[in-house]
Design a protein around this ligand. Structure first.
Ligand code: FES
Length: 169
């Protein structure tokens, strides 16, 4: 490949990326459920049937439980894409709380650590970030914000994920 064709390819890639960034606000005109996401692109409201993510007995009081589930989520308007959702459930005094397990610092997956202080038991081992199991708020380390809260419900022996947006639909 010649030098000029490499420059041409790099130029086209840069133009496409720039075009995507500037086209994103236009996308929102047509798809009202699109929300700005990070520096580019849009995150779409996730609508799905409640899905079982754990059994009540998987999360005894005072413990946490990681889960992952595949969901078909809207992406780029009418298109759907199958995504892995990683989450963590905490049982604090008999109440279940669920959060995204993707650390808002640099995207590592958080986990439950019994050895930590009660306020820091949702822990990210990448840079020692910690989150409060009751609220998802940051209690230690560099994460710039808390974990996104997931809406869940308990029916019988099962815990269902209802929405990946706080408070559900
Ligand atoms: S990625 Fe979690 S603390 Fe840095």
């Amino acid at each position: 490949m010649t030098k000029s064709s490499k420059v041409l390819i790099a130029t086209i890639v840069c133009m496409l990326l720039t075009g995507f960034v500037f086209a994103s606000p236009l996308l929102q005109l047509f798809y009202h459920d699109a929300k700005p996401f990070k520096f580019f692109g849009y995150q779409f409201a996730a609508e799905f049937e409640p899905i079982v993510i754990a059994s009540v007995k998987d999360v005894p009081e005072g413990t946490g439980h990681s889960f992952s589930v595949k969901l078909d989520l809207p992406f780029a308007g009418p298109q759907y894409v199958r995504q892995d959702i990683y989450g963590i459930i905490a049982n604090v005094d008999g109440e279940f709380h669920a959060y995204s397990a993707v650390c808002p610092h640099l995207g590592c997956i958080v986990r439950w650590d019994e050895e930590k202080d009660p306020e820091q038991r949702i822990w990210c081992n990448c840079h020692n970030g910690a989150f409060n199991p009751t609220t998802g708020e940051v209690t230690a380390g560099p994460p710039p914000r808390g974990l996104p809260v997931y809406s869940i419900k308990v029916e019988g022996d099962d815990i269902y994920l209802e929405s990946t947006e706080e408070g559900g639909e």
